[in-house]
Design a binder for this molecule. Structure first.
Ligand code: ADP
Ligand code: MG
Length: 210
């Protein structure tokens, strides 16, 4: 169980980490795509930041609002995908002020099911699904083996990093970069990288309140 989560701080952590890394995210997207991933994400999230004071304080509502904003305002492949990611996370913790293992598990499960349902990507397709699926799997494995919430989140963050890195040698099967075929190998996937940054920021925000 966590002490009461500061939901706005958690959301701002995500906005900031993407803003700080937007040049890198666009650079790796540019190796196999059109080089706009960091800009797309930062633009959508800056709208979240601008409107944050007018939003309710609870985590479920804020994450849902974030999803709606990204869905409406991000161009390219990512609007519907990250829109669903955050809306499903919000739904999983509706009305919760403190998080337990089951809540974080439901957030990760909801996000993964939402993203796969929306975009149809599987593990190995070189997308954010490679990060998210690894993170969810490691979190559940750790929790099942008796680790507490903080330890399980640490395992989740380490697996998110491995998931992101695993995309480097993959051939893209979804989205713009899939047009390159074998030539899409050699760079980590931009969406897998933003997903790693987002999950790490969320994990750090949650463990701060343990
Ligand atoms: P665009 O490809 O429209 O320029 P972005 O550059 O913002 O959009 O995002 C590219 C990222 O989108 C990729 O790195 C990949 O992770 C993700 N992506 C693309 N298609 C899918 C899909 N069908 N399912 C999941 N993720 C996808
Ligand atoms: Mg792009």
């Amino acid at each position: 169980m966590t002490r009461e989560i500061n939901a706005k701080e958690l959301v701002l952590g995500i906005v900031n980490v993407i803003d700080e890394n937007k040049a890198w995210l666009s650079e790796i997207d540019g190796a196999v795509g059109d080089g706009d991933h960091g800009i797309n994400m930062a633009k959508g999230l800056s709208m979240v930041r601008a409107d944050l004071n007018r939003q309710p304080d609870d985590l479920g509502s804020l994450l849902s609002y974030m999803g709606m904003t990204l869905l409406t305002h991000i161009g390219g492949a990512m609007g519907p995908i990250y829109g669903t990611f955050f809306m499903k996370m919000g739904k999983a913790v509706q009305g919760k002020k403190e998080l337990e293992i089951a809540d974080v598990s439901n957030m990760l499960t909801g996000a993964l099911e939402g993203v796969v349902g929306r975009g149809g990507a599987e593990v190995g397709d070189k997308t954010l699904v490679d990060t998210l699926s690894a993170a969810k799997g490691a979190f559940e494995k750790a929790a099942k083996s008796g680790k507490d919430l903080g330890e399980s989140i640490d395992e989740m963050m380490a697996a998110a990093k491995r998931g992101m890195e695993s995309t480097k040698d993959m051939v893209a099967k979804k989205g713009r970069s899939s047009r390159l075929g074998e030539r899409s190998k050699g760079t980590i996937d931009a969406g897998a990288a933003s997903c790693y940054l987002i999950l790490t920021s969320m994990g750090e925000s949650i463990t701060q309140y343990l």
